[in-house]
Design a protein around this ligand. Structure first.
Ligand code: CP
Ligand code: NVA
Length: 306
């Protein structure tokens, strides 16, 4: 079997993603019935974290255990990765001792170099450029609540960061539209986002215009991990880019609100929206677990019969 990686969203085709969502439903239902499903018995996932995490670590570690396998956590501080061992050498060694590797790191180039030297599938657990596992969960959550996302309008408010870039890639794969509103100076960089074109998104200077008639409104922190030095400047630059109740009122009546979390109430989202009737953020977080279990099964075993 050729090794497949999940380094950016478009590494999987629309058909494969459809299959993954079908498997997610099946795996999730079995899990909810407390039925044991151990297709990854004796398999080991190594998780490398160069940045902090709650959800990504927990969902991958719990997910591997629930599939009968195990997960090992490495971070930069306690391993040789923090002392300058070349990423290519680390990949050679780590991939000889494990069945899959998940990495959360800085530049996308690091994970690409790791994957090029890995004997096993590599999964992007967040880089400066992308967060593909997050959007797997987000789209699955949208489908659970509202059905097919093709042709729908997703509104992105705030920083054109890793999560935004991944929504834009997903729009190309699934055929939906993204209305993006960022403060001046923080606009989308199509090349960095890894897009084929600009057909699937539109940029708005006014965030209220971007939210008008949207099926889904979503946002993320004003300052991502690795950009903390810009925090004070960003707080000023982003102050008009908060998702609040007025903004949700101009979106479709049944619009959903999503946030990858962690959230800062009173900054990128008001408490009223975060904890209000449009919000599906807890389902979204839970679905990290279920979608990633389907992803691990697919990357390690290929397509299996339900
Ligand atoms: N959304 C997300 O990836 O959360 P963590 O940073 O807690 O992993
Ligand atoms: N954009 C955020 C996402 C955190 C899950 C960051 O990179 O810090």
């Amino acid at each position: 079997m050729t090794i497949r990686h999940f380094l950016q969203f478009r590494d999987l085709s629309r058909d494969e993603l459809g299959y993954l969502f079908e498997r997610t439903g099946w795996i999730k239902a079995r899990f909810k019935r407390y039925e044991r499903y151990w297709p990854l018995a004796d398999r080991t996932l190594v998780m490398i974290f160069e940045k902090q995490s709650t959800r990504t670590r927990l969902s991958f570690e719990a997910g591997m255990q629930q599939l009968g396998g195990s997960a090992i956590y490495l971070n930069t501080r306690d391993s040789q990765l923090g002392r300058g061992e070349p990423v290519e050498d680390a990949a050679q060694v780590i991939s000889r001792m494990s069945d899959a590797v998940m990495i959360r790191t800085f530049e996308q180039d690091i994970i690409e170099r790791f994957a090029a030297n890995s004997r096993v599938p590599v999964i992007n657990g967040l880089t400066n450029e992308y967060h593909p596992c997050q959007i797997l969960a987000d789209i699955y959550t949208y489908i659970e609540h509202r059905g097919d996302i093709a042709g729908k309008t997703v509104c992105w408010i705030g920083d054109s960061n890793n999560v935004c870039n991944t929504w834009l890639q997903a729009a190309e794969v699934f055929g939906f539209n993204v209305h993006v509103s960022t403060p001046p100076g923080y606009e989308v960089e199509p090349e960095r986002a890894g897009l084929y074109g600009t057909n699937h998104y539109e940029e708005f200077t006014d965030p209220m215009q971007a939210a008008r008639d949207a099926d889904l409104v979503t946002t993320d922190v004003w300052t991502s991990m690795g950009f903390e030095a810009e925090n004070e400047a960003r707080k000023k630059d982003f102050e008009d880019w908060q998702v609040d109740a007025d903004m949700m009122r101009v979106a479709k009546k049944d619009a959903l609100f999503m946030h990858c979390l962690p959230a800062h109430r009173g900054e990128e989202v008001s408490a009223e929206v975060m904890d209000g009737p449009h919000s599906v953020v807890w389902d979204e977080a839970e679905n990290r677990l279920h979608t990633q279990k389907a992803l691990l099964e697919f990357l390690l075993l290929g397509k299996v019969e339900s």
